[in-house]
Design a protein around this ligand. Structure first.
Ligand code: SF4
Ligand code: SF4
Length: 309
Protein backbone atom coordinates (compact mmCIF):
# COMPACT_ATOMS: atom_id res chain seq x y z
CA UNK A 1 0.00 0.00 0.00
CA UNK A 2 1.38 3.40 -1.01
CA UNK A 3 1.61 5.61 2.07
CA UNK A 4 3.51 8.71 0.98
CA UNK A 5 3.35 10.77 -2.22
CA UNK A 6 6.42 12.56 -3.50
CA UNK A 7 6.37 15.78 -5.52
CA UNK A 8 9.69 15.82 -7.32
CA UNK A 9 9.19 19.42 -8.45
CA UNK A 10 9.23 20.59 -4.83
CA UNK A 11 12.22 18.46 -3.78
CA UNK A 12 15.52 20.39 -3.72
CA UNK A 13 17.54 17.25 -2.90
CA UNK A 14 18.61 18.26 0.60
CA UNK A 15 18.35 14.54 1.57
CA UNK A 16 16.95 15.42 4.99
CA UNK A 17 14.27 12.73 4.63
CA UNK A 18 16.89 10.18 3.64
CA UNK A 19 19.03 10.98 6.68
CA UNK A 20 16.07 11.03 9.08
CA UNK A 21 14.26 7.86 8.03
CA UNK A 22 14.87 5.45 10.93
CA UNK A 23 14.69 2.34 8.76
CA UNK A 24 16.55 3.66 5.70
CA UNK A 25 13.47 3.05 3.59
CA UNK A 26 14.15 5.95 1.20
CA UNK A 27 16.41 5.66 -1.80
CA UNK A 28 17.58 8.36 -4.22
CA UNK A 29 18.87 7.27 -7.60
CA UNK A 30 19.47 9.58 -10.53
CA UNK A 31 17.28 12.31 -9.01
CA UNK A 32 14.50 9.77 -8.49
CA UNK A 33 13.36 9.27 -4.95
CA UNK A 34 11.67 6.07 -3.92
CA UNK A 35 10.12 4.81 -0.72
CA UNK A 36 10.75 1.10 -0.38
CA UNK A 37 7.39 -0.04 0.86
CA UNK A 38 8.62 -3.25 2.47
CA UNK A 39 11.00 -1.24 4.63
CA UNK A 40 8.71 1.69 5.57
CA UNK A 41 7.13 1.49 9.03
CA UNK A 42 4.81 4.45 8.25
CA UNK A 43 6.10 6.63 11.07
CA UNK A 44 5.68 9.78 8.96
CA UNK A 45 8.92 11.34 10.20
CA UNK A 46 10.17 12.01 6.65
CA UNK A 47 7.07 14.04 5.84
CA UNK A 48 7.48 16.08 9.02
CA UNK A 49 11.12 17.00 8.40
CA UNK A 50 10.91 17.92 4.70
CA UNK A 51 11.39 21.71 4.52
CA UNK A 52 9.98 21.83 0.96
CA UNK A 53 6.78 19.93 1.78
CA UNK A 54 7.65 17.57 -1.07
CA UNK A 55 6.27 14.56 0.81
CA UNK A 56 2.60 14.24 1.55
CA UNK A 57 0.48 11.67 3.31
CA UNK A 58 -3.04 11.64 1.97
CA UNK A 59 -5.53 13.62 4.07
CA UNK A 60 -9.04 12.23 4.50
CA UNK A 61 -10.55 15.69 5.12
CA UNK A 62 -12.47 15.92 1.82
CA UNK A 63 -13.66 12.32 2.16
CA UNK A 64 -14.87 13.02 5.71
CA UNK A 65 -16.70 16.21 4.63
CA UNK A 66 -18.38 14.17 1.90
CA UNK A 67 -19.42 11.56 4.49
CA UNK A 68 -20.96 14.28 6.66
CA UNK A 69 -22.92 15.64 3.69
CA UNK A 70 -24.14 12.29 2.41
CA UNK A 71 -24.40 9.90 5.38
CA UNK A 72 -27.00 9.97 8.11
CA UNK A 73 -24.63 9.13 10.99
CA UNK A 74 -20.95 10.02 11.19
CA UNK A 75 -19.19 9.30 14.48
CA UNK A 76 -15.83 10.45 15.82
CA UNK A 77 -13.49 8.28 17.85
CA UNK A 78 -11.32 10.94 19.50
CA UNK A 79 -7.90 9.88 20.83
CA UNK A 80 -7.58 10.36 24.62
CA UNK A 81 -4.58 12.63 24.03
CA UNK A 82 -6.94 15.34 22.67
CA UNK A 83 -6.54 17.76 25.65
CA UNK A 84 -2.86 18.06 24.72
CA UNK A 85 -3.60 19.22 21.18
CA UNK A 86 -5.65 22.38 21.70
CA UNK A 87 -4.70 25.48 23.64
CA UNK A 88 -7.57 25.79 26.08
CA UNK A 89 -8.24 25.03 29.73
CA UNK A 90 -11.63 23.66 28.66
CA UNK A 91 -10.72 20.72 26.41
CA UNK A 92 -14.32 19.52 26.02
CA UNK A 93 -14.88 22.53 23.77
CA UNK A 94 -13.52 20.26 21.08
CA UNK A 95 -16.60 18.03 21.41
CA UNK A 96 -18.81 21.06 20.73
CA UNK A 97 -16.60 22.09 17.81
CA UNK A 98 -16.85 18.62 16.25
CA UNK A 99 -20.65 18.75 16.50
CA UNK A 100 -20.63 22.15 14.80
CA UNK A 101 -18.47 20.71 12.01
CA UNK A 102 -21.31 18.25 11.40
CA UNK A 103 -20.38 15.05 13.25
CA UNK A 104 -23.35 13.31 14.89
CA UNK A 105 -21.68 11.20 17.58
CA UNK A 106 -18.50 11.97 19.50
CA UNK A 107 -16.87 9.35 21.70
CA UNK A 108 -13.40 8.93 23.15
CA UNK A 109 -11.16 6.12 21.87
CA UNK A 110 -10.62 5.26 25.54
CA UNK A 111 -13.82 3.19 25.24
CA UNK A 112 -11.98 0.92 22.80
CA UNK A 113 -8.92 0.98 25.07
CA UNK A 114 -10.97 -0.44 27.95
CA UNK A 115 -11.94 -3.42 25.77
CA UNK A 116 -8.36 -3.86 24.59
CA UNK A 117 -7.13 -3.94 28.20
CA UNK A 118 -9.67 -6.63 29.07
CA UNK A 119 -8.42 -8.67 26.11
CA UNK A 120 -4.79 -8.20 27.23
CA UNK A 121 -5.62 -9.32 30.78
CA UNK A 122 -7.41 -12.40 29.42
CA UNK A 123 -4.60 -13.27 27.00
CA UNK A 124 -1.91 -12.91 29.69
CA UNK A 125 -3.60 -15.50 31.92
CA UNK A 126 -2.46 -18.38 29.71
CA UNK A 127 0.43 -16.74 27.87
CA UNK A 128 3.20 -19.30 27.40
CA UNK A 129 5.86 -17.20 25.62
CA UNK A 130 8.70 -15.87 27.82
CA UNK A 131 7.67 -12.24 27.15
CA UNK A 132 4.54 -10.46 25.92
CA UNK A 133 4.63 -7.53 23.50
CA UNK A 134 1.65 -5.18 23.26
CA UNK A 135 0.88 -3.63 19.93
CA UNK A 136 -1.26 -0.46 20.05
CA UNK A 137 1.22 1.46 17.85
CA UNK A 138 0.80 0.49 14.18
CA UNK A 139 4.30 1.70 13.31
CA UNK A 140 5.75 -0.56 16.03
CA UNK A 141 3.69 -3.40 14.59
CA UNK A 142 5.09 -2.80 11.11
CA UNK A 143 8.59 -2.54 12.59
CA UNK A 144 8.37 -5.97 14.24
CA UNK A 145 6.71 -7.59 11.22
CA UNK A 146 9.33 -6.23 8.82
CA UNK A 147 12.51 -6.40 10.88
CA UNK A 148 11.95 -8.96 13.65
CA UNK A 149 9.43 -11.46 12.23
CA UNK A 150 10.71 -14.21 14.55
CA UNK A 151 9.36 -12.18 17.50
CA UNK A 152 5.79 -12.05 16.13
CA UNK A 153 4.95 -15.03 18.36
CA UNK A 154 5.62 -12.81 21.40
CA UNK A 155 2.99 -10.26 20.31
CA UNK A 156 -0.38 -10.35 22.02
CA UNK A 157 -2.87 -10.71 19.21
CA UNK A 158 -5.27 -7.92 20.15
CA UNK A 159 -6.50 -5.09 17.90
CA UNK A 160 -5.68 -1.48 18.74
CA UNK A 161 -8.07 0.75 20.74
CA UNK A 162 -8.94 2.59 17.50
CA UNK A 163 -10.07 -0.58 15.72
CA UNK A 164 -11.86 -1.91 18.82
CA UNK A 165 -13.71 1.38 19.25
CA UNK A 166 -14.72 1.55 15.58
CA UNK A 167 -16.31 -1.88 15.93
CA UNK A 168 -18.08 -0.89 19.17
CA UNK A 169 -19.52 2.25 17.54
CA UNK A 170 -20.82 0.32 14.53
CA UNK A 171 -22.37 -2.25 16.85
CA UNK A 172 -23.99 0.46 18.99
CA UNK A 173 -25.32 2.76 16.26
CA UNK A 174 -25.61 0.42 13.25
CA UNK A 175 -23.18 -0.87 10.69
CA UNK A 176 -24.01 1.95 8.27
CA UNK A 177 -22.52 4.48 10.73
CA UNK A 178 -19.28 5.95 9.41
CA UNK A 179 -16.46 6.19 11.96
CA UNK A 180 -13.67 8.76 11.79
CA UNK A 181 -10.68 8.43 14.11
CA UNK A 182 -8.96 11.69 15.10
CA UNK A 183 -5.58 11.59 16.84
CA UNK A 184 -1.90 12.56 16.67
CA UNK A 185 -0.77 9.67 14.50
CA UNK A 186 0.05 9.29 10.80
CA UNK A 187 0.56 5.51 10.94
CA UNK A 188 -3.09 5.15 11.98
CA UNK A 189 -3.99 6.22 8.43
CA UNK A 190 -2.37 3.04 7.16
CA UNK A 191 -3.84 0.87 9.93
CA UNK A 192 -7.36 2.25 9.33
CA UNK A 193 -7.18 1.22 5.67
CA UNK A 194 -5.62 -2.18 6.29
CA UNK A 195 -8.08 -3.47 8.87
CA UNK A 196 -11.42 -3.14 7.16
CA UNK A 197 -14.91 -2.88 8.68
CA UNK A 198 -14.08 -0.57 11.57
CA UNK A 199 -12.68 2.85 10.63
CA UNK A 200 -13.88 4.80 7.58
CA UNK A 201 -11.51 7.76 7.81
CA UNK A 202 -8.53 8.99 9.83
CA UNK A 203 -7.73 12.62 10.57
CA UNK A 204 -4.85 13.95 12.63
CA UNK A 205 -5.04 16.71 15.24
CA UNK A 206 -3.23 18.88 12.72
CA UNK A 207 -5.88 18.11 10.04
CA UNK A 208 -8.58 19.03 12.55
CA UNK A 209 -6.91 22.26 13.64
CA UNK A 210 -6.60 23.35 9.97
CA UNK A 211 -10.24 22.48 9.34
CA UNK A 212 -11.33 24.52 12.37
CA UNK A 213 -9.09 27.41 11.37
CA UNK A 214 -10.70 27.52 7.92
CA UNK A 215 -14.23 27.26 9.32
CA UNK A 216 -16.39 30.03 10.75
CA UNK A 217 -16.29 28.44 14.22
CA UNK A 218 -15.00 30.74 16.96
CA UNK A 219 -13.32 28.11 19.17
CA UNK A 220 -12.65 30.55 22.00
CA UNK A 221 -16.32 31.38 22.49
CA UNK A 222 -17.54 27.76 22.57
CA UNK A 223 -18.93 26.11 25.68
CA UNK A 224 -17.89 22.59 26.65
CA UNK A 225 -19.97 19.58 25.70
CA UNK A 226 -19.75 16.06 27.11
CA UNK A 227 -18.97 13.02 25.01
CA UNK A 228 -21.96 10.98 23.86
CA UNK A 229 -20.69 8.07 25.96
CA UNK A 230 -18.67 8.28 29.17
CA UNK A 231 -15.12 6.89 29.26
CA UNK A 232 -13.58 5.55 32.44
CA UNK A 233 -10.28 6.85 33.76
CA UNK A 234 -8.37 3.74 32.62
CA UNK A 235 -9.18 4.42 28.95
CA UNK A 236 -8.36 8.11 29.33
CA UNK A 237 -4.92 7.25 30.70
CA UNK A 238 -4.00 5.01 27.76
CA UNK A 239 -1.52 7.38 26.15
CA UNK A 240 0.14 7.76 29.57
CA UNK A 241 0.95 4.07 30.09
CA UNK A 242 -2.32 2.50 31.27
CA UNK A 243 -1.27 -0.85 29.78
CA UNK A 244 0.97 -1.26 32.87
CA UNK A 245 -2.05 -2.23 34.97
CA UNK A 246 -2.83 -5.19 32.65
CA UNK A 247 0.25 -6.96 34.02
CA UNK A 248 -0.80 -6.69 37.69
CA UNK A 249 -0.89 -10.01 39.56
CA UNK A 250 0.82 -11.83 36.69
CA UNK A 251 4.39 -13.07 36.28
CA UNK A 252 5.09 -10.06 34.01
CA UNK A 253 6.92 -6.84 34.80
CA UNK A 254 5.79 -3.92 32.67
CA UNK A 255 8.28 -1.94 30.64
CA UNK A 256 7.53 0.99 28.36
CA UNK A 257 9.73 1.32 25.28
CA UNK A 258 9.57 4.67 23.49
CA UNK A 259 11.17 5.86 20.29
CA UNK A 260 12.41 3.82 17.36
CA UNK A 261 15.94 3.48 18.76
CA UNK A 262 14.68 2.00 22.02
CA UNK A 263 12.32 -0.23 20.02
CA UNK A 264 15.26 -1.50 17.97
CA UNK A 265 17.39 -2.07 21.10
CA UNK A 266 14.60 -3.97 22.81
CA UNK A 267 13.88 -6.14 19.76
CA UNK A 268 17.60 -6.91 19.39
CA UNK A 269 17.71 -7.97 23.06
CA UNK A 270 14.58 -10.09 22.70
CA UNK A 271 15.96 -11.79 19.62
CA UNK A 272 19.00 -12.75 21.74
CA UNK A 273 16.72 -14.14 24.49
CA UNK A 274 18.05 -11.69 27.07
CA UNK A 275 14.81 -11.31 29.06
CA UNK A 276 11.95 -13.26 30.58
CA UNK A 277 8.61 -12.19 32.04
CA UNK A 278 8.41 -8.74 30.52
CA UNK A 279 5.17 -7.09 29.43
CA UNK A 280 6.53 -4.72 26.82
CA UNK A 281 4.69 -1.72 25.40
CA UNK A 282 6.36 -0.47 22.24
CA UNK A 283 5.73 2.96 20.71
CA UNK A 284 7.89 4.31 17.91
CA UNK A 285 7.46 7.96 18.91
CA UNK A 286 9.80 9.35 21.57
CA UNK A 287 7.43 10.19 24.42
CA UNK A 288 4.73 7.91 22.98
CA UNK A 289 1.57 9.19 21.25
CA UNK A 290 1.65 12.46 23.24
CA UNK A 291 4.61 13.20 21.01
CA UNK A 292 2.96 11.80 17.88
CA UNK A 293 3.93 13.27 14.52
CA UNK A 294 0.90 15.31 13.44
CA UNK A 295 -0.10 17.78 16.13
CA UNK A 296 -0.91 21.43 15.45
CA UNK A 297 2.50 23.06 14.99
CA UNK A 298 4.65 24.74 17.66
CA UNK A 299 3.52 22.88 20.78
CA UNK A 300 6.39 21.44 22.79
CA UNK A 301 6.29 17.92 24.23
CA UNK A 302 6.26 19.25 27.80
CA UNK A 303 3.46 21.68 27.00
CA UNK A 304 1.41 18.75 25.70
CA UNK A 305 2.28 16.69 28.75
CA UNK A 306 1.24 19.47 31.14
CA UNK A 307 -2.13 19.79 29.39
CA UNK A 308 -2.80 16.10 30.10
CA UNK A 309 -2.59 16.58 33.88
S1 SF4 B 1 7.32 7.00 6.90
FE1 SF4 B 1 9.03 6.61 8.34
S2 SF4 B 1 9.85 4.62 7.73
FE2 SF4 B 1 8.57 5.33 6.02
S3 SF4 B 1 9.98 6.37 4.64
FE3 SF4 B 1 9.14 7.95 6.00
S4 SF4 B 1 10.61 8.10 7.70
FE4 SF4 B 1 11.05 6.16 6.60
S1 SF4 C 1 3.66 6.12 19.13
FE1 SF4 C 1 1.52 6.68 18.85
S2 SF4 C 1 1.53 8.48 17.52
FE2 SF4 C 1 3.54 7.50 17.35
S3 SF4 C 1 3.36 6.16 15.55
FE3 SF4 C 1 2.89 4.93 17.36
S4 SF4 C 1 0.65 5.04 17.61
FE4 SF4 C 1 1.29 6.67 16.19
Amino acid sequence: MKFIDFDKDKCDECFKCLRTCPTKAISFKKHQREIINDMCVKCGVCQQVCPQKALSIHSDIEKVKHMINTTSKVAVSLAPSFPSAFKTDKPLKIVKALKLLGFDIIEETGIGAEEVSKAYIEALKNWSQPNAITTCCPAANYFIEMYYPKEIDSMLSVVSPMIAHGRIIKERYGNETKVVFIGPCLAKKAEGKEITGSIDGVLTFHDLSMWLENSSIDFESLTELNFDQPTNIHGKKYPMGAIASCGKNTRFNYIKVQGINQCRDMMEDLSKNKFDNLLIELNVCDGSCINGPDYPKNISYFEKLSRMN
